[in-house]
Ligand binder design. Structure first.
Ligand code: GLU
Length: 440
């Protein structure tokens, strides 16, 4: 039984980088007919905020990434305490008292000597009396996991065979001085107890994975399958980390990006499969294969989301956008013709605002100097609204006859006069939608 989880910390809004992780875990679970858990990693009471928990759920619901259950780490602290006791009992857990400043000094010394800045395990050499003295002087220490200094190996679902020398990694702190349990152990306990079989996360977690594999073993469990996806960069390969804040899912939503456009892009970006618009989640699930993703950083360009959104909208019948059409105030009998004409001329539903304003209010005519007389003459020949599907053809034929103009020289000035712009829907289809024409 496949079980995956998406485990955000509720310390901010989800962005496209988080989405990649969520989506991969979701697709793996759905493809296998398994379980997708939303796990809220809220062991940090200061940074975790309820409003972000709500926002995470809203964003996932908006995207249609429905979870089968929600777990919260803050309700499972007793489980983590039990795991800590187990590791104390089997000699894999030790208390250390160095202050951050002392640790920093140690690291600097090691680096100066050309050594890797790995924690020197000085605390392991303390006698019981020394420990008591330090505790009396400094209060509780931190609790570190004693790594077995061998090579840690796994076959990663994306990165392939990985081998990390545990001696090159510091014994991880799993419990802070203030008693707060850290993600590294909480996650392991949860993955074991919740039967998680597949963990997909960013490649910034590779070292965590190495230590977590040993922690799982120390707790008597078996490691899940791990896969680490590459991190996103900007279109030029530039780091995206600082800009991720501006790529929050809710901001993309506000800008009119459609869920299926976003999902279609994110489910393929960085894989050897081409990005193709999928209008149905089942198609995304069917076509997903984690093995097709590469380890190279993945370029993400938010601009790609807009043409995809446009293409998605083109596939929709009016019923799918009824709420938007109603909000614009389009009369019921106009809704369908308006949508069928406009859906080919928008990238997002927001673009409908301007098109509806044009239909309802007309546009400020744009007339080039050399076309003044021509347009004035043509407008005298324009029949009274309402217009029909034939109006444009009949009118322009008559204008051509009267003025001798043809082709672009005939059509473009008339388009610009009636719509105030050089681009837009097919004029024959648009004419019946124009309710008001400010005749000049
Ligand atoms: N809360 C962790 C994070 O957001 C989860 C990492 C994991 O998937 O294990 O980075």
């Amino acid at each position: 039984m496949t079980t995956t989880r998406f485990a955000p910390s509720p310390t901010g809004y989800l962005h496209v980088g988080n989405l990649r992780t969520a989506l991969m875990n979701y697709l793996i679970a759905r493809k296998a007919g398994g379980t997708f858990i939303l796990r809220i990693d809220d062991t940090d009471p200061e940074r975790s905020k309820e409003e972000y928990v709500d926002a995470i759920k809203q964003d996932l619901e908006w995207l249609g990434l429905h979870w089968d259950k929600v777990e919260r780490q803050s309700t499972r602290l007793d489980r983590y305490a039990t795991a800590a006791d187990t590791m104390r009992a089997n000699g894999r857990f030790y208390e250390a008292f160095e202050t951050p400043v002392e640790l920093d000094l140690k690291r600097k010394k090691q680096l100066n000597m050309g050594k890797p800045p790995v924690y020197d395990r000085a605390a392991l050499a303390l006698s019981e009396a020394e420990r008591d003295a330090l505790r009396a002087e400094r209060g509780q220490g931190v609790w570190r996991f004693k790594l077995d200094q061998s090579r840690i190996e796994w076959t990663d679902g994306i990165l392939g065979d990985i081998s990390i020398d545990a001696a090159s990694v510091s014994d991880p702190v799993l419990i802070r001085q203030d008693g707060q349990v850290l993600y590294t152990i909480a996650s392991v306990v949860d993955d074991m107890e919740m039967g998680v079989t597949d963990v997909v996360r960013g490649s910034d977690h590779v070292t965590n994975t190495a230590t977590q594999i040993q922690i799982i073993e120390a707790l008597g469990g078996t490691a899940p399958r791990f896969a680490h996806h590459s991190l996103l960069t900007g279109p030029q390969g530039e780091a995206l980390s600082k800009r991720l804040g501006t790529l929050a899912l809710r901001d993309l939503r506000a800008r009119g990006v459609e869920p299926m456009a976003l999902l279609s892009l994110m489910a393929r970006l960085g894989s050897s499969d081409p990005v193709e618009l999928r209008t149905d989640m089942a198609d995304l699930v069917d076509g997903f294969d984690i093995a097709r993703f590469g380890s190279a950083p993945t370029k993400f360009d938010e601009a790609d989301l807009f043409p995809l959104t446009g293409r998605y909208l083109q596939s929709l019948p009016v019923a799918a956008v009824q709420a938007k059409i109603d909000a614009l105030g389009v009369p019921a009998n106009w809704a369908e013709p308006f949508w069928l004409v406009m859906r080919d001329n928008i990238e997002t539903l927001h673009d409908l605002d301007a098109w509806w304003a044009l239909c309802r209010d007309g546009a400020e005519p744009v007339i080039d100097d050399e076309d003044e007389a021509f347009v004035a003459e043509a407008l005298t020949m324009l029949p009274q609204a309402p217009f029909s599907a034939d109006t444009w053809g009949t009118w322009t034929a008559a204008v051509k006859e009267a003025t001798g103009r043809k082709g672009r020289g005939l059509f473009m000035p008339l388009r610009k006069a009636l719509t105030g712009q050089a681009h837009g829907p097919d004029m024959a289809a648009l004419m019946p939608l124009l309710q008001v024409i400010k005749a000049r």
